[in-house]
Ligand binder design. Structure first.
Ligand code: TXA
Ligand code: MG
Length: 350
């Protein structure tokens, strides 16, 4: 397939390009586009044939439902049966932004979009490019992350090109995803609402709306057969680079010492080691490749760079990756959730 690549400038949007992109979606095609969380792979959420193509292009399991993206608050009322008071409050506080609300769906949402569930996840992104594309399409857009299933989600256009060129009609660029991790998912079909995936809207922020909101236990633990996460997608192997990842967790000084010890061990075996470090520690390591995720003083920088860094290692011939850990509070919960999964919960405590 011939894939068109378009780069949009959010400050000076090209109306003709937007019309063309909208047209592709309306006609049942697929478009990868930027959002503030990660890039999405979009299709008309109300067209089962179009949505089916998303699953094929990504190699995505059919039992994994898609998030439906809207550009206007009012659109949610056409897609779900009822918007409870707490959901309204959450929307008013955190939309547009990195939060997906799960509610009971109306029949207009095809089964393939919700993977047969009675509920559907809805999100209004803050990215102007994303919202303008939804408006141009004139329909809600179903969009999972724009990666091949299993790989870290793309936060820049080049990674979408790497994964999807030749498989979809159009890839749109124009910005690096500001948050870098997928949206917070909050299930509002239950009382109190429950977080199914941590993200840019933290538990602390959600609790300003309802202090009973809690995080589903299954998501911070190694998947067990008797503790299945309520978001089907959270059970799959995810975010994994080609080289195995080990996380070293604990006091920072001890972490650095332990990582250096592990590195020496691997070098002795003739292995090439990559390290995910921080600005504070990067000069304390000697390894084949040391990449700083960002600074510990600005935890947002770590989240923004995590997926891109994991994908950078795939461009090299590194045999193993070792990463520092981060505090599991605030945005750190989302960071450690993704990092733990990328490592298959291979964690060394120091
Ligand atoms: O930030 C994001 O949410 C990005 C951008 C593109 O908006 N999208 C995204 O989609 O991360 P995806 O498909 O990679 O992840 C969607 C997650 C999956 O874990 C899925 O199981 C869960 O949302 N999900 C979707 N609908 C659900 C539902 N009705 N009930 C429970 N979980 C649901
Ligand atoms: Mg995904």
């Amino acid at each position: 397939m011939n894939t068109k690549i378009e780069i949009l400038d959010s400050k000076k949007l090209d109306k003709n390009i937007l019309l063309n992109i909208g047209d592709i979606i309306k006609k049942g095609g697929l478009v990868a586009f930027p959002t503030e969380t990660v890039y999405g792979l979009g299709a008309n959420a109300l067209d089962p044939e179009a949505v089916k193509k998303i699953f094929i292009a990504k190699g995505r399991p059919q039992d994994n439902p898609l998030i439906v993206h809207i550009a206007d608050f009012q659109e949610i009322y056409e897609l779900v049966n009822e918007v409870p008071h707490v959901a309204k409050k959450l929307m008013e506080s955190f939309w547009p932004g990195p939060m997906t609300i799960i509610l009971n769906k109306k029949p207009i949402i095809p089964d393939i979009t919700s993977a047969g569930l009675m509920s559907v996840g809805i999100r209004m992104p803050s990215s102007i490019i994303a919202r303008e594309i939804i408006k141009a399409a004139g329909v809600p857009i179903a969009a999972p992350s724009a990666n091949i299933s299993g790989k870290p989600s793309p936060t820049d256009v080049q990674r979408c090109i790497d994964d999807l060129f030749g498989k979809i009609q159009c890839i749109v660029g124009g910005e690096v995803s500001e948050i870098g991790l997928e949206s917070t998912i909050i299930d509002c079909t239950v009382v109190p609402p429950c977080v199914l995936r941590p993200g840019g809207v933290t538990l602390e922020m959600l609790r300003t709306i309802d202090s009973d909101i809690y995080i589903d236990k299954a998501i911070m633990e190694k998947p067990k057969s008797d503790l299945v996460p309520k978001a089907p997608g959270m059970k799959y192997r995810h975010y994994a680079p080609k080289a195995p990842v080990t996380i070293v967790k604990g006091d920072l000084k001890k972490t650095v010492a332990k990582i250096n010890e592990i590195v020496q061990n691997y070098i002795g075996k003739g292995k090439k080691v990559g390290i995910m470090a921080t600005e504070e520690t990067k000069n304390q390591y000697t390894a084949e490749l040391v990449i700083s995720l960002g600074t510990r003083k600005d935890i947002k920088s770590i989240g923004k760079n995590l997926f891109e860094t994991l994908r950078c290692f795939d461009d090299t011939d590194i045999d193993v990756i070792i990463s520092e850990a981060f505090d599991e509070s605030g945005f750190g919960v989302a960071i450690m959730n993704r990092l733990n999964k990328s490592a298959g919960f291979n964690i060394i405590d120091v």
